[in-house]
Design a protein around this ligand. Structure first.
Ligand code: ADP
Length: 464
């Protein structure tokens, strides 16, 4: 029964927690990786652009600037630099003017002559070396700002004497735009990943629900099997007792019966027999499902069994006005089967053929069809079935529900049991049927082979 659902739930919920944690870690790892990569990329780029800004200054100092240049010559030279399209925003040459500095040449000619008092200028002038600072500037006309490297360095003449000061600003806008774009793309990828993760999570939850349902169904199925097994065992004993007393009463052991009494007892007998058959079917189902059905094969002569089956059913067929034909084609070899189970197969198929045939004929045919098998065919001219009705024919509890079958009692277990028995004995079962024409059920049973079957273990231990 429903014994260990808690353990199962616990195990399953561990799995779910594990999956959720794993699923959440993936986007987190992606975003951290992106942020770290972008940050380290930006740091490297900043350093290299700082070097670039310094190199521009040093290049100007050593190659372009000559100590004797007039103000006009310097202005012309930096104009050339400005026109080259370089990402330098400001480029000012300043001369010492008392404590402050005065712009003597610039990209922006309007600034020429302006006096500037800046701490970096003073530091650079006094320390006689370049000073690089990261500054930020708002871009005119927009709410954006751009980052720039500001480099201030003294300019020297051929003898190495400080003559002027260079101040330039190199824009980082291009690289910052690139970084921003990369980050935007990463966030989009992250959003997609999170979406996929949520879908996975939903799928995982459904899978979990299915697993739970499957487990419950299996447990319910097991409970049902156990119930059938116990119930049918418990029913068998009282049925046997009723049958015993009934037959004694019918034989007059308790006094002579009048006609009404005899009729009543016959009805009781038929009902008890039906109940007994049902209990036997249920017992067989539970034995087969619990692998408790043992097969004890032995050498069987077919004609004897077939003739005894004919004898068993002849009265019922006569009562229904059905003809019967037993056909044994050719020399029939002996077969290797469990006699009781083999008889039960034939009883089930013959019983159905009679039950579902209103008029006509039942034929029982036996012939060797394959080198190692004999085929037994039970043919009738009964109600027949169409392809759809035949679809689930060998499934447990399946019954065809049509006008033709109304009022015919049954459990839907006979064919399922029959198929299991045929297969347990190494054969196969087939059906052909045409609606309102008739049906034939045929199955194969192995032929006795001295070489193979001699080695078979003695009866009663060949279970499925
Ligand atoms: P039951 O006869 O107890 O209902 P079975 O498992 O023996 O159960 O058969 C399942 C169903 O197959 C039957 O309900 C019946 O509709 C159909 N069937 C079986 N044998 C025949 C037959 N010979 N002719 C027509 N229908 C059949």
């Amino acid at each position: 029964m429903l014994k260990k659902p808690n353990n199962f739930l616990l195990r399953q919920s561990h799995q779910v927690i594990y999956a959720v944690v794993l699923i959440l870690l993936i986007p987190l790892a992606i975003i951290l990786n992106t942020i770290w990569s972008v940050q380290s990329f930006q740091l490297n780029i900043d350093v290299s652009l700082q070097r670039q800004a310094l190199m521009i200054g040093q290049f100007f100092d050593s190659t372009v600037y000559e100590g004797q240049d007039s103000q006009a010559e310097i202005q012309a030279k930096i104009k050339k630099i400005q026109n080259s399209g370089i990402a330098v925003r400001n480029f000012d040459i300043l001369a010492r003017d008392g404590e402050a500095f005065k712009i003597i040449a610039s990209f922006d000619e309007n600034k020429i002559g302006n006096s500037v008092d800046d701490l970096n200028y003073v530091i650079s002038w006094h320390q006689n070396e370049a000073v690089a600072t990261l500054v930020s500037n708002s871009i005119s006309g927009t709410a954006d700002s751009e980052r720039l490297w500001e480099v201030v360095m003294p300019l020297k003449d051929a003898e190495g004497n400080k003559e002027a000061l260079l101040s330039l600003r190199l824009s980082l806008k291009l690289i910052d735009d690139l970084v921003r774009e990369t980050l935007t793309k990463s966030y989009i990828i992250l959003a997609i990943t999170v979406l996929i993760v949520i879908l996975l999570l939903a799928l995982n939850t459904r899978l979990f629900e299915h697993a739970l349902l499957f487990k419950k169904l299996k447990e319910v199925d097991k409970m049902k099997d156990e119930f059938i097994s116990i119930a049918s065992h418990e029913l068998r004993t009282p049925i046997t007792t009723i049958k015993g007393f009934l037959s004694m009463a019918m034989e007059g052991d308790y006094g002579e019966l009048n006609d009404i009494g005899k009729k009543g007892f016959r009805i009781m007998e038929a009902s008890v027999n039906r109940l007994g058959a049902l209990v036997d079917d249920l017992l067989n189902v539970s034995r087969i499902e619990q692998n408790r059905l043992t097969i004890s094969p032995k050498v069987i002569s077919l004609p004897e069994v077939l003739e005894s089956i004919e004898a068993e059913f002849s009265l019922r067929m006569e009562e229904k006005g059905l003809k019967f034909k037993l056909t044994q084609e050719g020399e029939l070899p002996t077969i290797w089967a469990d006699e009781d189970k083999f008889r039960q197969i034939l009883v089930n198929l013959m019983g159905n053929a009679i039950k579902y045939t209103k008029q006509g004929e039942i034929e029982l045919i036996a012939k060797q069809t394959e080198p190692k098998f004999v085929t037994i065919n039970v043919k009738d001219t009964g109600i027949g079935m169409d392809a759809k009705e035949r679809e689930a024919l060998f499934e447990k509890f399946y019954r065809v529900q049509t006008e033709d079958t109304r009022g015919i009692v049954g459990t839907g277990l006979g064919l399922w049991i029959t198929k299991q028995l045929v297969e347990l004995m190494g054969g196969k079962i087939y059906v052909d049927s045409i609606k309102h024409v008739g049906s034939q059920f045929y199955f194969t049973v192995p032929i006795y082979n001295k070489l193979i079957h001699k080695a078979a273990p003695p009866a009663n231990n060949l279970s499925k």
